[in-house]
Design a protein around this ligand. Structure first.
Ligand SMILES: [Zn+2]
Length: 202
């Protein structure tokens, strides 16, 4: 069975620094007909399970710990019995949303996550958040960038725990090192490619 990427959208809010915004988050699920991993756990468990179906979930991998990406991670963990994975540099953000729960496994740069005969490689790309990661799937020719790189440029860095210089350094050093035709699956909004964003950012 060949691994594939499935997609859904979940709507809710993002809050930080005392402000709240309405947001639509992408749900990305990588797997085959029998097993999968879920990338980010926004807003609504039912939205995520709608993409997962009856497959076994091997892990819930969080690209970073802003509340719109991790809000239902503990509830989803209860439902599917899979570990939550997060880079430990996002502990401060995680604790703003989940005071009474921790994640289960630490993400680290260079870690590989195997699912359905394919591999996701963890790239630590701090800037939008200190523990922001991207997940590169070389076999599938795509990278899941969370809020680090969008269609149209780098993710936001105007709020606490973000760093505008660092996000550009992460994108240039880690994401722009990937092949130009790599499809970028973002945390919000449309897909893009590494080549298109490289041309735009210069
Ligand atoms: Zn974010």
């Amino acid at each position: 069975m060949t691994a594939r990427v499935d997609h859904g959208i979940s709507s809710g809010t993002f809050s930080l620094d005392g402000q709240t915004f309405d947001v639509d988050n992408n749900i990305w699920v990588v797997g085959d007909d029998s097993e999968c991993i879920v990338i980010d756990a926004p807003h609504d468990v039912a939205d995520i399970l709608g993409v997962v179906g009856d497959r076994k979930v091997k892990a819930i991998v969080c690209t970073h710990a802003h509340d719109d990406h991790v809000r239902v991670a503990p509830a989803l963990r209860e439902e599917v019995v899979a570990p939550i994975m997060l880079h430990p540099d996002d502990k401060v953000l995680w604790e703003l949303t989940h005071e009474n729960y921790l994640w289960d496994l630490d993400l680290a740069d260079g870690l590989s996550i195997d699912v359905a005969g394919t591999t996701l490689q963890v790239l630590h790309t701090p800037g939008h958040a200190p523990g922001a990661v991207c997940l590169y799937a070389p076999d599938l020719g795509c990278v899941f960038t969370g809020d680090t790189l969008f269609n149209g440029g780098p993710g936001a860095t105007g709020r606490s725990y973000s760093d505008a210089d660092l996000i550009k350094e992460s994108i240039r050093a880690r994401l722009f090192a990937l092949p130009d035709d790599t499809v970028v699956h973002t945390g919000h909004g449309d897909d893009t490619t590494i080549g298109a964003e490289k041309a735009a950012l210069g």
